[in-house]
Design a protein around this ligand. Structure first.
Ligand code: HMG
Ligand code: MG
Length: 300
């Protein structure tokens, strides 16, 4: 059975924009976030506190949050932080939620974090500890939960091991990243069953599918039938990780809302205003949204 209500964890302003080559002005980013909130999205990942040399697009994190004021803060406005320096900057900006981001594979840990898997978990340890002590909500992402562009399919036991180590840090929620979109429904079921078997139940899990192979929505529906109630999506289907070869956009929020509306699952999101926001953002980025639902509804 499907859940009655699904929380959409919107990643457009962060995952969606981080891969864009031309820098979107901070005031446009802030306006994007305001429009997403106005469309009914309650949880919005706003930006990342990482070195500008690593992700130039999000170098304006402090500026974006200053522009947003209270609308950019609180437990439903997480930001990415890889290390204590990032946490310090996020705390100075007044955030109420952070996300650390690990990798199930050694190759991606090296490429994305310049660390081994073990070293990156040690880097996150004081971040999660201090964030919890400061009363913040904490999410732990694990990337490459299905396939890795360099290592191929990733064994379920390897993913479960990293997920356990990440959750043992004390995070509130785990997000399973299909960074390059190669996951399929059977694989999703096997991973969720294996996590459940070690005590990481679906009530603590969010799913994060990229749509590179067109599987994101099918995978999401499978996860919902397993009891997952938090789904990451990116308005307009923007996105991709600059450090993961062949990663494209996330599941488009519009595709998800269309499917859930049809199934009678509540999201609180107004599809029409979301599509208008995507069209507006596409104007700033200079190309149309890859989302099938946006294309269909924007023309109608
Ligand atoms: P490093 O180069 O090893 O870092 O990178 P370092 O500690 O040696 O520091 C290098 C310089 O950066 C130093 O400055 C630091 O002070 C500074 P210098 O002394 O040379 O002048 N520095 C910072 N500045 C600002 N903010 C900071 C910060 N930290 C250090 N937080 C590091 C290691 C972890 C920092 C780097 O690898 C990194 O930031 N990686 C993140 C890359 C990234 O953001 N990737 C995309 C997000 S992950 C993703 O998209 C996947 C996801 O969507 C899920 C999925 O799809 O699977 C979440
Ligand atoms: Mg991602």
């Amino acid at each position: 059975d499907l859940p009655e209500r699904v929380t959409i964890y919107e990643v457009g302003p962060r995952d969606g924009l981080q891969n864009e080559k031309s820098v979107v002005p901070a005031e446009v980013k802030a306006e994007f976030i305001r429009r997403l909130a106005a469309a009914g999205l309650e949880t919005i990942e706003t930006t990342s506190f990482v070195p500008p040399s690593w992700v130039p697009q999000l170098a304006d994190a402090t500026e974006v949050l200053a522009d947003l004021g209270d609308a950019g803060l609180g437990p439903r406005r997480p930001v990415l932080v890889p290390n204590e320096r990032g946490l310090d900057n996020a705390l100075a900006a007044g955030v109420g939620a952070v996300a650390v981001f690990g990798s199930a594979t050694e190759t991606f840990a090296r490429k994305n974090l310049n660390r081994t898997v073990a070293e990156s978990i040690e880097m996150f340890r004081p971040v999660v500890e201090r964030a919890k002590d400061s009363g913040l909500w904490v999410r732990a992402y694990v990337s490459m939960c299905f396939g890795d562009p360099w290592e191929g399919p990733v064994p379920v036991e390897q993913v479960v091991d990293v997920c356990q180590r990440m959750m043992d840090l004390g995070a509130d929620q785990l997000s399973l990243g299909d960074t390059i979109g190669t996951g399929t429904t059977g694989h999703v079921s096997r991973l969720l069953d294996a996590l459940d078997a070690v005590g990481i139940g679906s009530d603590r899990i969010g799913v994060h599918f990229h749509d590179t192979y067109g599987q994101a929505l099918a995978n999401t529906m499978t996860a919902l039938r397993h009891g997952v109630c938090v789904v990451d999506a990116s308005t307009g289907g923007l996105g991709g990780c600059p450090y993961a070869k062949s990663a494209t956009g996330n599941l488009a929020t519009e595709d998800l809302v269309w499917a859930l509306d049809g199934a009678g699952v509540q999201t609180g999101v107004d599809l029409t205003s979301l599509v208008q926001t995507s069209v507006w953002m596409a104007g700033h980025l200079g190309r149309p949204s890859p989302s099938a639902v946006v294309r269909a509804l924007a023309g109608s």
